[in-house]
Ligand binder design. Structure first.
Ligand code: NAD
Length: 315
């Protein structure tokens, strides 16, 4: 297969690239390196396994590289939920406009398969937990979540109008080596600056599901291989959850800082648009035959250990 991966130099995108290369696929990465890091895929570029196009989806010049692709994995986005309230129009353009430009490039090139990375935030503050894909009241409470739901709608519309296959994955929190944002990264960053105190946003009781990036990529590729509807929409996450104070304890422990004192900024959530309780139902994924035994706690510990070890020098 010839795969195009937008955002392939980023955290999740680069792990996807690793998996595609391991399967012997030909991969073209299109990335503007706004939050991605070329080091994440440098080995593949050097070996000739990846063709890297430094391009911005909001500009022209990359579309010709979609020609000949059998599938586009559209991973590129502005993924920062917390910052999305500060510039809603910019986030809309970086997420929705960029996605429609990818869909148009595919239509022009005759490419008929797209995989899209959506998010649990499309559900908003769901009152049904674990939240299934069929949850009826889609009411995003963050600008980021709103833009992702709009992307999902456009992907469904293109797939049905032009006879494509599409896969939309609603991710819980995905964590692991190379991650460049999120609560674990944030705690490590803060503790590098001040190893004795840690400020925790909210009351520390926010409780969510965390999934390792390797399990996430495995579930994505498994689903794509086992489904073929015009529009397949699936949750991916762990089957349990963990609260923020426990994450802070694990990170402190992995950094060898047992005496850290935690201070809470207060309130029931970390920021405007934060969802205090999130657990996705992954029954649909399980019914396809996919299994992972990794708990949220184990995923957090593994991710903290990997980040402390590999990126310590960049903090
Ligand atoms: P990331 O910032 O590491 O990856 C995004 C990549 O897209 C980066 O390499 C960036 O340089 C690139 N990019 C952004 N805008 C671009 C543009 N206009 N043109 C070309 N490249 C561009 O973030 P991530 O955590 O790896 O997220 C990947 C995807 O997964 C995103 O779509 C995000 O919304 C989604 N997602 C992530 C999580 C998570 O927990 N990390 C959860 C749910 C959904």
């Amino acid at each position: 297969m010839n795969a195009v991966v937008t955002g392939g130099a980023g955290f999740i995108g680069s792990h996807l690239v690793d998996a595609l290369i391991a399967r012997g696929e030909t991969v073209t990465v299109i990335d503007n390196l706004s939050t991605g890091d070329i080091r994440n895929i440098a080995g593949h570029i050097r070996s000739g396994a990846v063709r890297f196009i430094q391009g911005d989806l909001l500009l022209d010049g990359w579309q010709e590289h979609v020609a000949g692709a059998s599938r586009v994995y559209h991973i590129a986005a502005d993924p920062d939920v917390r910052a999305s309230a500060a510039n809603p129009e910019g986030v809309y353009i970086r997420n929705v406009t960029a996605t429609v430009r990818v869909l148009e490039a595919m239509r022009e090139a005759g490419c008929t398969e797209i995989v899209f990375t959506s998010t649990s935030t499309v559900y908003g503050e769901a009152d049904l937990i674990p939240t299934p894909e069929e949850y009826p009241r889609m009411e995003p409470i963050s600008i980021y979540g709103g833009t992702k739901l709009a992307c999902e709608a456009m992907i469904s519309a293109y797939a049905h109008t032009y006879g494509w296959k599409s896969w939309v994955f609603r991710f819980a929190n995905i964590i692991g080596e190379r991650s460049n944002h999120g609560v674990i990264w944030d705690f490590i960053h803060k503790l590098r600056e001040n190893p004795s105190e840690l400020e925790i946003l909210g009351d520390g009781k926010q409780t969510k599901s965390y999934c390792s990036v390797s399990a996430c990529i495995d579930a994505v590729l498994f689903t794509v291989a086992h489904t073929k509807a015009p529009f397949t929409c699936l949750n991916i996450g762990s089957e349990d959850w963990i609260d923020v104070t426990s994450i802070a304890s694990i990170v402190s422990d992995e950094m060898g800082l047992p005496g850290v004192s935690f201070h809470y900024a207060g309130g029931d959530r970390g920021w405007v648009g934060d969802i205090p309780r999130m657990l996705l139902s992954i029954e649909k994924l399980r019914s396809l035959g996919w299994r992972s035994e990794v708990t949220s706690e184990q995923a957090v510990r593994d991710a903290a250990r990997a980040l402390v070890r590999t990126r310590g020098d960049s903090f």
